[in-house]
Design a protein around this ligand. Structure first.
Ligand SMILES: O=c1nc[nH]c2c1ncn2[C@H]1C[C@H](O)[C@@H](COP(=O)(O)OP(=O)(O)OP(=O)(O)O)O1
Ligand SMILES: [Mg+2]
Length: 198
């Protein structure tokens, strides 16, 4: 079994840090890569797995610590899985509000029953920068894209993501509830099992 007291989180996204730390509990402390560097690596991979590994290795190299990365995004059925790994860059780096506005616009004439989508999360944990055996865990969350934004919690595409099992948007869920059922929660549950924390 691997034990870690501190892991560096290879993410500059404060929403992810908050959610992942809440899921991990206080046995493992996540430190933000932002404490070590403000430079974000270019996400050149073609898959969530590749980008998660790339970010984890980069953070381990910079910090000298074991590193956890989260590569995640929204895969919309009608768009053949787009924006997918490009979710954060969908509106050319203009941020969450612009990404959401673009998605609403692209789907404006698409009827309800064709608005299915999945949130995807891949977690990659490396013990050191050159680790030949990263731990990889994936989680999916099925829902639908709303035709207007709703809710104030969460981050990213949460206001546009309808959660069928709760009858509300992901941004209307309490943080604790989202952390029980989200794509990230599913991936983290697998990771906790792999680390012997579950
Ligand atoms: O629970 C979520 N609720 C709403 N939106 C979400 C969620 N999970 C991922 N997303 C969206 C945000 C971003 O548009 C993309 C992740 O992109 P991704 O590159 O993995 O993260 P990021 O650039 O924000 O931070 P970083 O790469 O430093 O970890 O998917
Ligand atoms: Mg990113």
């Amino acid at each position: 079994m691997m034990t870690f007291q501190q892991i560096v989180l290879a993410s500059h996204n404060a929403g992810k840090l908050k959610e992942l730390q809440a899921m991990l509990g206080d046995t493992v402390q996540l430190r933000s890569i932002g404490e070590f560097s403000s430079v974000e690596p270019e996400e050149t991979g073609l898959s969530f797995v590749e980008n998660a590994i790339l970010k984890a290795r980069n953070a381990a190299r910079i910090s000298g610590m074991p590193a956890l990365a989260d590569d995640s995004g929204l895969a919309v059925d009608f768009l053949g899985g787009a924006p997918g790994i490009y979710s954060a860059r969908y509106a050319d780096g203009k941020g969450d509000a612009a990404n959401n506005a673009k998605l609403l616009d692209v789907l404006k004439d698409v009827p309800q029953e064709q608005r299915g989508a999945q949130f995807v999360c891949v977690l990659a944990l490396v013990r050191h920068a050159d680790d030949p055996l990263p731990i990889l865990c994936e989680g999916l969350w099925h829902g639908r894209i709303l035709s207007e934004a709703s809710g104030e919690h969460g981050f990213g595409y949460d206001p546009l993501f309808w959660v069928p099992e709760r009858n509300c948007s992901s941004a209307e869920l309490s943080p604790a509830d989202k952390n029980q059922i989200s794509h990230r929660a599913r991936a983290m549950s697998l990771l906790r099992q792999r680390l012997g924390l579950a």
